[in-house]
Write a protein that binds this ligand. Structure first.
Ligand SMILES: NC(=O)CC(=O)C(=O)O
Length: 274
């Protein structure tokens, strides 16, 4: 659960991570925007300069310290980041030595207008990230997306093509799109790409300006929901077995059956680096 009290949010996340690690978690995933309310008014106020060191970013300093101390990998949800005068919605990944392994800035901003239901324009305050993020960790190769990024199948396909075992999406879907799309999209990304998908949402707070759907989930490579929760705060712990990926890909060899002669997704980052 996330409140307007940033110090409390950091302390609360700290104790939840410790709790998960004490139950055996080797990889911990946090929700989207966990140190701040999810609102355009809040992003500039709660933003931290992640690259400017621990004093400028108490939220990521805590994640780094805990990942080193507990010797776990942390996919640190996301926080508002201030960098070069711009704001981003940013996920930091820390390795077991506490080092920052990767930083993903939400690529697709959440600009939607469903009249009478929900209007949210992240681009009022935030700038979109420019790079897909795939990272090698002690618990596998992980592709990162943040919330709205999950709606873009090409990003997940590129991660799969680059050998991802797991996609992590911190996300805060809402009461309109959440019931219809949240689980559907996770299962679609997992099924299309035959890999694991993990999501983590803030708990639902009906008193806040943006009401999150909740329902953090782990989906397996056959599209099966392996673990999930409701909308109240919870810690879900589940086992991930990467040996199943090969089995599923042998059972259902869609990657080999793809008709690259008829259609292709272009990985511009790879193309430009060649
Ligand atoms: N909050 C988001 O970024 C995305 C979302 O709620 C949706 O796609 O629906």
């Amino acid at each position: 659960s996330v409140t307007p009290d940033k110090d409390r949010n950091i302390a609360h996340a700290r104790s939840a991570i410790q709790d998960a690690a004490s139950k055996g978690a080797q990889l911990v995933l946090l929700p989207e925007i966990w140190n701040s309310p999810y609102s355009n008014d809040s992003f500039p106020v709660y933003a931290e300069d992640i690259d400017a060191g621990a004093d400028a970013s108490p939220s990521t300093a805590m994640l780094s310290e805990l990942s080193r101390f507990l010797k776990i990998t942390i996919v640190g949800g996301s926080i508002p980041e201030l960098s070069g005068g711009r704001l981003y919605n940013t996920c930091c990944v820390f390795g077991t030595d506490g080092k920052l392994l990767a930083k993903h800035r939400k690529i697709h901003l959440f600009d939607i207008d469903i009249p009478g239901k929900i209007t949210f324009i992240e681009s009022k305050t935030l700038t979109a990230g420019e790079t897909p993020t795939i990272v090698d960790t002690e618990v596998g190769r992980i592709g990162i997306g943040i919330c709205y990024d999950i709606r873009f199948p090409e990003l997940a396909m590129i991660y799969a093509a680059r050998g991802a075992h797991l996609l992590c999406y911190p996300g805060a879907f809402n009461m309109t799109t959440g019931p219809l799309h949240w689980e559907l999209l996770q299962r679609a990304r997992a099924t299309d790409n035959q890999l694991y998908v993990a999501t983590c949402s803030p708990a639902r707070d009906t008193g806040s300006g943006y009401v999150a759907w909740g329902h953090s989930t782990l989906v397996g490579p056959f599209g099966e929901v392996l673990a999930t929760t409701e909308h109240d705060e919870a810690i879900i712990i589940a086992e991930i077995d990467y040996s199943i990926l090969e089995q599923r890909r042998t059972n259902l060899p869609v990657t080999k059956q793809r008709r690259g002669d008829l259609y292709q997704v272009v990985d511009f980052q790879r193309l430009n680096s060649q």
